[in-house]
Design a protein around this ligand. Structure first.
Ligand SMILES: [Zn+2]
Length: 92
């Protein structure tokens, strides 16, 4: 089960999965146009957990006005609904 999306600033860091403390991003690198690997370190020195995560683009919410034909990202249901409505419009 996923938690609801909360509007807040995201700084690319995650909470430590072991102790719940904040973490610092130590490094990151691009894996592809759609994913990035990030290395984190827990701020709680007694915990000391280091871990890596992978962030990936998963869904288009608003389509790009400069689409790259080599990039394929699934469309949200709302975008698909709008596209279907545009196709159904009478022409002329
Ligand atoms: Zn920790």
């Amino acid at each position: 089960m996923t938690e609801p999306v909360k509007p807040r600033r995201y700084h690319g860091s995650l909470m430590c999965p072991h102790c719940g403390s904040t973490t610092k991003v130590r490094a990151s690198r691009s894996l592809s146009a759609l994913s990035r690997e990030t290395f984190h370190q827990c701020d709680d020195h007694e915990c000391g957990h280091s871990f890596k995560s992978i962030t990936s683009v998963s869904l288009t919410i608003v389509p790009s006005m400069k689409p790259n034909p080599d990039i394929r990202i699934p469309l949200s249901e709302k975008v698909r609904e709008i596209a279907r409505a545009l196709v159904a419009l009478p022409t002329g």
